[in-house]
Design a protein around this ligand. Structure first.
Ligand code: G3P
Ligand code: CA
Length: 298
């Protein structure tokens, strides 16, 4: 009982300190990465500032650059395979045109999803980025196994039932649900609350994060926060709409807060100081440096 009281007191102190006077670094060995006492570095679409998004190279770099999780956008192909692709259309990152879901996996595999990066970012171009291929979720899991944690996003789809069915099969096959040893963890996030509610009903052990894109300063009623708490462990939102007050409100509610997509070190430092519990970034190396500086008291 005394132990429990002491633990509650410590948690309250940590929380109050982080909310009132700025972020208190409190990485705890063996602690669940998704504990509200931890902070996570989420490599958005891999280390997508350094390499073409959603390619094995970007994921590999995300891991090397200390991403705790790799963020992965999921879509279904015309022949019902789960592939990783951000946009609805292939146009931006390939030299073809059309909706991702209208391609079969074989057709998608014929597209080069790397060369666009070299043209767009000549200063970061590399011959290794030419001719990279679309990957499936299973290929990623086969390749990285327990060496990564996976922060999966369900994009809008006409075939949500099928996508979820396939996804559950894969996650069970790879033992990524109810994983007790915490060697490889998953989170699922989506802007679509109805998808998250469905997942919560089907697979209540999967940690969920509700994505919200605020058009004005972030604000949520207590009712809305309580509703989100019924199915999700946290909220992800566009960091530009974030305020210190909002961070405090969400942290007080017990939800995690993972803003996206933060690429500027000064801004990273600022919102860490407000008490966010993680963030998505195209540059996990920058976030790592900020965290190392804070840990060293710099
Ligand atoms: O991490 C949140 C982020 O992935 C949502 O935005 O458009 O990059 O998928 P988007
Ligand atoms: Ca995403």
């Amino acid at each position: 009982m005394r132990k429990l009281l002491l633990r509650t007191l410590i948690i309250s102190l940590v929380f109050l300190t982080s909310c009132s006077s700025g972020f208190l670094f409190n990485f705890i060995e063996g602690e669940d990465l998704l504990s509200e006492r931890n902070f996570i570095n989420i490599a958005h679409r891999g280390a997508s500032g350094h390499a073409p998004e959603h390619t094995m190279v970007a994921y590999e770099l995300g891991k090397e650059m200390h991403g705790d999780f790799i963020e992965i956008d999921l879509q279904l192909t015309a022949d019902e395979e789960i592939v990783v692709f951000h946009d609805d259309y292939v146009d931006r990152v390939t030299n073809k045109s059309g909706e991702v879901e209208s391609f079969t996996l074989k057709q998608l595999k014929q597209l080069d999803v790397g060369s666009w990066f070299n043209k767009k970012h000549p200063s970061r171009a590399s011959a290794a980025f030419e001719d990279l291929r679309v990957v499936t979720l299973e290929e990623i899991l086969d390749y990285f196994g327990d060496d990564l944690n996976y922060y999966l996003e369900i994009k809008e789809t006409e075939n949500i039932d099928l996508l979820l069915k396939k996804l559950y099969e894969i996650l069970h096959d790879y033992d990524l649900i109810e994983r007790k040893d915490r060697k490889a963890q998953i989170v699922i996030h989506s802007f679509h609350y109805e998808y998250l509610l469905q997942i919560h009903e089907d697979e209540p052990d999967i940690p969920l994060v509700q994505l919200i894109r605020f058009r004005r300063k972030a604000n949520l009623s207590n009712d809305r926060i309580n509703t989100i708490k019924e199915y999700a462990i946290g909220i992800g939102l566009n960091h530009k709409r974030l305020s210190r007050k909002f961070v405090q409100k969400i942290r007080r509610s017990g939800l995690l807060l993972h803003p996206y997509t933060v690429n500027d070190k000064k801004r990273m430092r600022q919102i860490i100081g407000w008490g966010v519990t993680g963030m998505s970034t195209d540059f996990p190396d920058r976030l790592h440096e900020v965290l190392e500086d804070l840990k060293a008291g710099r």
